[in-house]
Design a protein around this ligand. Sequence first.
Ligand SMILES: NC(=O)c1ccc[n+]([C@@H]2O[C@H](COP(=O)([O-])OP(=O)(O)OC[C@H]3O[C@@H](n4cnc5c(N)ncnc54)[C@H](O)[C@@H]3O)[C@@H](O)[C@H]2O)c1
Length: 277
Amino acid sequence: MTSPTPSAGPDPSVDHTPSAGPDSSANSTPSAGLLAGRRVVVVGGASGIGLATVRAAADAGAAVAVLDADGDGAIAAADEARRAGATACARRVDVTVEDEVATALDDVAAELGGIDAVLHVAGVMRGQGLDVRDVPVELWARVIAVNLTGPFLVAKHATRHLTPGSGVLVLVGSKAGVLTGSGSVPYGASKGGLHGLALTLDRQLRPQGIRVHTLCPGDIDTPLMRRSLDEARANGTDGGRVAAIEAALGRPEDVASALVLLASPASDGVVGTVHSG
Ligand SMILES: NC(=O)c1ccc[n+]([C@@H]2O[C@H](COP(=O)([O-])OP(=O)(O)OC[C@H]3O[C@@H](n4cnc5c(N)ncnc54)[C@H](O)[C@@H]3O)[C@@H](O)[C@H]2O)c1
């Protein structure tokens, strides 16, 4: 077992009872109140799309648990959600380590009084622009561990807690490996594998009342994307091609609002893979 993970912990000045969150009547966003009373776990919530999702889920009325390998970032995201009026907690977790995943999910389920939705956003992008002949097996193994074994472990341990009849699990994939290839061999393979994982989990879990989706975004302006564009340039990808991608990047907030919608009962009729720009 791992040592206790740092947490934002219960803030004595804040009521941690799962609540409807901020007053939705005072909030004019389209998702206001969508997640009222729902307890939502965002895995990878410290940065980029995950951080935008923590903010959007809190705005939509959810109680939010933030899990991330970046423990300080997870605590900061949970603090921000609390300042916005939401119930929130945080745990540091490396999604490739089964004990850490199991313990973190058990902890936040106990703290929030259950889990209604798990939004698995954590991922890495490495090996951009590398010819397959030059991809070290260690790099391949790490990307597969984070992007494919990680969501498997999260699904394995989340299903013990997801509310039967209304539970939701969303795995963030990518257009890469599903609609298109990728500039990174291991990344494209990991996201194609994640897509197959979600289809298989949905087949197994939907009869148990747990809805499973992959959300596949396009190219989004996040730290991961900025790092991968730098890596692509360094590995010799055509500068014009990189600049064209850079000029057309989407916003993390647009992916976050799709994740909030999928986590809500408003999506109970949605089936399978969902794509966003
Ligand atoms: N940015 C894009 O263009 C884009 C496009 C399609 C899909 N995606 C996917 O969206 C997800 C989020 O990406 P982002 O662009 O916001 O990246 P990001 O780097 O901004 O955020 C990723 C988060 O995952 C966390 N993380 C990484 N490894 C982890 C591990 N082993 N255990 C726990 N947490 C870990 C990081 O600490 C970070 O907070 C990823 O799965 C990525 O593949 C991104």
